[in-house]
Design a protein around this ligand. Structure first.
Ligand code: MSP
Length: 691
């Protein structure tokens, strides 16, 4: 059996996974399931990139050790993958002990194999902490071209990797193996970049503690990208034995590293160069997909427009719809693979209704219902139909060619158009065909029995084809359809069907089918979008209001999550999670929030709650006690006398056992969401209402 080794990027666990970051993992899950159905022995690796300055800072801000911080985040990520039904076979995290062996082994191998490829030098330049990348060689102020933030000035003695020596070898690689970087337009970008000249890169850091120690020089830690990329090998046993485990020998090199477009240089330039230096085989393909935007805008915590997958799944599940499958389908169908795409709840419900509920689901339930009604609930025998039609009776009635086209598209990772082709199976061999023959119209005519049986057999075969072809994308729903076909006893399990050898006509006439039940209930669009928003908002509040213990470790600056807003400073964009036209709130909705000017007349810390302050706020008519998560940013004495904005009509609640009655409004600044209290330039009276 041929092996197929596929990887996602290793995610930084400094923030929560969102729909954009889950996208690659879902895509890989689809590809892994598809490849298994083509008979490959698939290894699918995902994991976390737990080292680097960004994580060290996030842990410091949370007041916990980095190891503890990343372990907790790892646990949360694994939960999300479980919820999204991600069926990976390997999980790697760069804080696992064997990863040190792995990284040090790769460095030593390069030093031995290519003496001089790693040398000591002085690095001075600008570095983006957020993206863990060098921004410029100069000392002049510079902004990171990925995130736009100002880069920091760095000056240190480092180990350098002689990347400049790899220019020709890399260009030869792209030339000889055009499949190495995909899609083609990305390869062209990489080729021009390499042609413009490569400079050596620093691959160690002196000032950082949180990372893999440099072999025989523990004062230095290995540069986070060298460290992280090696994770693709650690996860399959590179650290074992002298040259990696038997599994490593079998699986390496990776067949596909699936990544987002922003990290292509690390994968298509650095990584092959690191491996060439060590004399190890190179991955076969780096596939860089586009970004999922929210309303044409990059999802970003600081913009407050991040969409999380879990509440989407829950909201759709609450309608009895398969939320997970619906999300997977939408993300893949709406995104021409490789291109950028825009996410919206509106689009999600639209696709679900038109292609899953009205398309695939409807074909399955109407065909099965008619089989129950007109064929006694058994797969009809269509031999009389065949006879009647004569030679070539099946021409144009079989979906074999379309099924081949679907698999070709899966093979090329052209996932949106694979789904489009599956839609053609549904419409040509199901809906249009049934509508043309209208078996229900002939139900009372015994002479039409061969026609009814033939037509329903053909439609049922289309249902089987779509269940198999769509299984990689919508595994749960396809399984339910498979169960209703009741064909497992003679065709085997759905996941074991050879998708690449699918043949028309394998349903056995005379066998019982199951009872039809709707797999994709149709959704009322406005109601569904409203519920998606509602769940997203509740999820956001839930994450802000976590348990009190979690609050103390995770809130505000720790993982870069938003600051706590309830009974604590809020950010101005308090509810921008969704903003399709129908999600805009009316002025009446806004008027429900009562905000007043309050003067802080006393402030004190709360014992054993490092992040909270207890404030007494005079709002004109009364003095309110409010707990605010600002202790790390404001001294109590600095607050007294300050006029702030208070949300006064929130339900009171207890934080750390202390009653909090209201919320102070704050801007959320920077990636870590530093709260800055909203206040006034002009003199304003206490109690004045904000409108
Ligand atoms: N840790 C590095 C990867 C190391 S791989 C050896 C990293 N991590 S990340 O968490 O910042 O990003 C992981 C992946 O998520 C990247 O491929 C990135 O492109 C992807 N995405 C993050 N936001 C995204 C969208 N909004 N849309 C699609 N993908 C996005 O980079």
């Amino acid at each position: 059996m041929s092996k197929f080794y596929l990887t996602t990027p290793l995610y930084y666990p400094n923030a929560r996974l969102h729909v954009g970051s889950a996208y690659t993992t879902i895509v890989c899950d689809v590809v892994a399931r598809y490849k298994r159905m083509c008979g490959y022995d698939v290894a699918y690796l995902t994991g976390n990139d737990e080292h680097g300055e960004k994580l060290q800072r996030a842990a410091e801000a949370a007041g916990v050790e980095p190891a503890e911080f990343v372990a907790e985040k790892r646990r949360q990520f694994i939960e999300v993958w479980k919820k999204l039904g991600i069926d990976y076979t390997h999980f790697v995290y760069t804080d696992q002990p064997e990863h040190v062996t792995s990284v040090q082994r790769l460095i030593r191998l390069a030093q031995k194999n290519d003496p001089g490829v790693i040398y000591k030098g002085t690095y001075q330049g600008r570095y983006c902490v957020s993206d863990e990348r060098y921004v410029s060689d100069g000392t002049d102020p510079a902004n990171c071209d990925i995130c736009g933030r100002p880069a920091e000035l760095i000056n240190e003695q480092n180990y350098f990797f002689k990347l400049s020596a790899f220019q020709d070898r890399l260009l030869e690689l792209y030339e000889k193996h055009p499949e190495f970087v995909q899609p083609d337009f990305r390869r062209n970008e990489v080729v021009s970049f390499v042609k413009s000249g490569l400079r050596d890169i620093s691959i160690s850091r002196r000032r950082l503690k949180w990372g893999v120690p440099w072999p025989d020089d523990p004062e230095e830690v290995v540069y986070v990208w060298y460290d992280a990329l090696t994770g693709y090998m650690t996860g399959i046993g590179y650290a074992e034995g002298d040259e990696g485990s038997a599994e490593f020998q079998k699986l390496w090199p990776a067949d596909v590293h699936m990544i987002g477009k922003d990290i292509i240089r690390f994968h298509a330039i650095y990584w092959p160069a690191f491996l060439m230096a060590a004399g190890l085989p190179l991955p076969k393909t780096i596939f860089a997909h586009g970004w999922i935007y929210y309303e044409q805008d990059k999802m970003s915590k600081s913009k407050g427009n991040v969409v999380y997958p879990e509440p989407i799944v829950d909201a759709l599940d609450s309608f009895g719809a398969p939320g997970n499958d619906a999300l997977r389908y939408y993300l893949l169908r709406d995104t021409p693979f490789g291109q950028d795409a825009s996410f919206s709840y509106d689009g999600l419900v639209q696709r679900y209704n038109s292609e899953l509920a009205n398309g695939l689901g409807n074909l399955a339930s109407r065909t099965l219902t008619m089989i129950l009604k007109y064929c006694g609930g058994t797969v009809p025998d269509f031999s009389d139909f065949k006879k009647k039609q004569g030679a070539g009776w099946d021409e144009g009635l079989r979906w074999d060619n379309l099924a081949r086209e679907v698999t070709l598209r899966y093979d090329a990772f052209d996932l949106s158009s694979a789904l489009e082709k599956i839609g053609e199976v549904v419409s040509h061999f199901g809906d249009q065909f049934l509508t043309f023959h209208q078996p229900w119209k002939h139900a009372d005519d015994p002479g039409s029995k061969p026609l009814i049986d033939g037509v329903l057999y053909i439609a049922l075969e289309a249902v089987r084809a779509t269940a198999v072809l769509a299984y990689p994308v919508i595994p749960d729903a396809a399984q339910r359809i498979w169960n209703q076909l009741n064909c497992e006893s003679y065709l085997g399990k759905l996941e074991d069907q050879r998708i690449d050898q699918l043949k028309w006509g394998e349903l056995k006439p005379g066998t019982k089918v199951g009872r039809p039940e709707p797999v994709f209930p149709r959704l009322d669009k406005a109601e569904a979008v409203a519920r998606l928003n509602e769940f997203a908002e509740a999820d956001r509040m839930g994450h802000q209001a976590l348990t009190e213990k979690e609050k103390e470790t995770v809130e505000t600056p720790s993982g870069g999550e938003r600051p706590v807003t309830e009974n604590a400073p809020a950010q101005p964009a308090a509810a921008p999670v969704a903003s399709t036209a129908s999600d805009k709130i009316s002025i009446e909705d806004f008027a429900k929030v009562e905000m007043r000017v309050g003067e802080i007349i006393a402030a004190e810390p709360i014992p054993k709650a490092d992040k909270l302050l207890k404030l007494q706020v005079d709002i004109g008519t009364e003095v309110r006690q409010v707990c605010a998560g600002i202790a790390q940013y404001y001294q109590p004495e600095q607050l007294v006398g300050m006029k702030v904005v208070v949300v006064t009509n929130l339900q009171p609640r207890k934080l750390r056992g202390v009653e909090s009655n209201g919320m102070i409004v704050a801007a959320s600044v920077g990636d870590e969401g530093r709260p800055v209290l909203a206040t006034f330039k002009d003199e304003v009276p206490k109690g004045a209402k904000l409108r």
